[in-house]
Design a protein around this ligand. Structure first.
Ligand code: HEM
Length: 411
């Protein structure tokens, strides 16, 4: 069946689309009429020198692609659905050193090592320190007179601190780590006036910093997580360069995602006051997952078909790219009752905000849920009367549902 309501040439990865809104009506139209649809691209806009990609919009199909890495590779064209038209192929290929863009067996080996960082015990060990940080962040925002930007004053800080705590970055070095992380993730939006070169330089500096850290610990092991990952050579440990790319991945994967979940969550609460009242009264444990479903900070990733295959009644050819749209899956009425309602008591909540299952499922999920819980508990206690002062200013991006600024006030 054709898709009458989808404008000709509409591309879900066009950064101008997410700059204005998440295209929920267009996703709904595709799910209804053509759940797997070819989106043509001309002029190398995404950097892959090809003709476009398949948009996969139903919850069941996003799960299917995610859980069949033998059919859908993360490495052939990486998981990033759009770079820019000027990128060199070498620069795309260099991204394959990051866990997110690996296929088995390399992925299995590296993931087995790095998941030591994310054991329930390791996350629990961070909880009290992160709680104190969350309380301090909320208290200093409360003490500001007049309106303030929720993104910079509240949402940014905890995700950065959490990653620094997780891998034991010394307090004195955190400012420069934060600066590199912010520059790396900001260069898609012209407003930040950060060139791609500066973004690349920051990535290189961060990797070099982490590699030095690894070399130090190898020479002089301590009782910390870096030593556990790198201290002995061999199959069960990371090389220094692998550790460098792991830290780079955390700085990208763990920062902007959680920051945007927190910002969208606050905006959702302030535009759904009955949910905010309910939260303040009952603090339901289900709230964080609903915030991630509602926000879906990562709108999409991609895979590349390793062989001819079929999906949603369409023939996918070997080498074609397949975009998995988590934001669409998270509004699929076949799975979610009243999917457009923000309901912090939703249970069960099988959203795909952390991925569609399978080998790449978000490693930082428990940490992210903990951070979201801690920050909203702290904000609800410190600033129960918080109110919106302006509309969110959105990030221009091909695949991140981002907010740059959200003006709020306690008075
Ligand atoms: C609300 C916050 C977050 C969201 C929405 C999110 C989302 C995602 C998604 C969609 C994936 C890809 C899943 C797939 O391809 O199947 C992913 C992977 C990953 N995430 Fe998260 N993430 C969040 C927070 C974090 C945090 C806090 C960390 C760590 C500090 C983290 C570390 C990772 C890593 C290392 C991977 C790659 C796993 C792999 O390829 O095996 N994430 N995340």
């Amino acid at each position: 069946m054709p898709c009458p309501a989808l404008p000709d040439g509409f591309d879900f990865t066009d950064p101008d689309v997410l700059h204005h809104r998440v295209p929920l009506p267009e996703f709904a139209e595709l799910r209804r009429a053509e759940p797997v649809r070819w989106i043509p691209q001309s002029g190398n806009v995404a950097g892959f020198q090809d003709e476009g990609y398949w948009a996969v919009t139903r919850h069941a199909d996003v799960k299917y692609v995610s859980t069949h890495p033998e059919l859908f590779s993360s490495t052939l064209n990486t998981a990033i659905i759009r770079f820019n038209e000027h990128i060199e192929r070498d620069a795309i290929d260099a991204q394959r050193l990051i866990l997110l863009n690996m296929d088995p067996p390399e992925h299995t080996r590296v993931r087995q090592i790095v998941q030591r960082v994310f054991t329930p015990r390791a996350i629990r060990a961070l909880e009290e320190r992160l709680r104190t940080r969350a309380l301090n962040i909320a208290a200093s925002a409360r003490d500001r007179s007049g309106p303030f930007d929720f993104v910079t004053e509240v949402a940014c800080e905890l995700p950065l601190q959490a990653i620094a705590e997780l891998i034991g970055i010394p307090q004195d070095d955190r400012a420069k780590i934060f600066d590199w992380s912010n520059k790396m993730i900001a260069y898609d939006d012209p407003e930040y006036a950060i060139t791609e070169e500066v973004g690349q330089e920051s990535a290189t500096e961060l990797i070099a910093y982490a590699m030095n850290m690894a070399a130090d610990r190898r020479a002089c092991p301590a009782k910390d997580i870096v030593s556990a990952l790198v201290a002995a050579e061999g199959e069960g440990n990371l090389r220094s360069d692998e550790f460098g790319f792991f830290v780079l991945m955390l700085a990208v994967a763990g920062n902007e995602t959680t920051r945007n979940a927190i910002t969208h969550g606050m905006h959702a609460f302030l535009t759904h006051p009955e949910q905010w009242e309910l939260y303040k009264r009952e603090r339901p444990a289900t709230a964080a997952e609903e915030i991630v479903r509602w926000a879906t900070p990562v709108v999409s990733f991609q895979r590349t078909a390793t062989q001819d295959t079929e999906l949603g009644g369409k023939r996918i050819k070997k080498g074609e790219r397949v975009g998995i749209f988590y934001a669409s899956a998270n509004h699929d009425p076949e799975v979610f009752e009243d999917p457009d309602a923000f309901d912090i008591t939703r249970d069960p909540n099988p959203h795909l905000g952390f991925g569609g299952g399978g080998p790449h499922y978000c490693l930082g999920k428990s940490l992210a849920v903990l951070e979201i819980d801690l920050i909203f508990n702290a904000v609800a206690d410190a600033m129960p009367g918080l109110r919106l002062v302006g509309n969110p200013r959105r990030l221009r991006s091909a695949w991140i549902n981002g907010v740059k600024e959200l003006q709020v006030s306690t008075g």
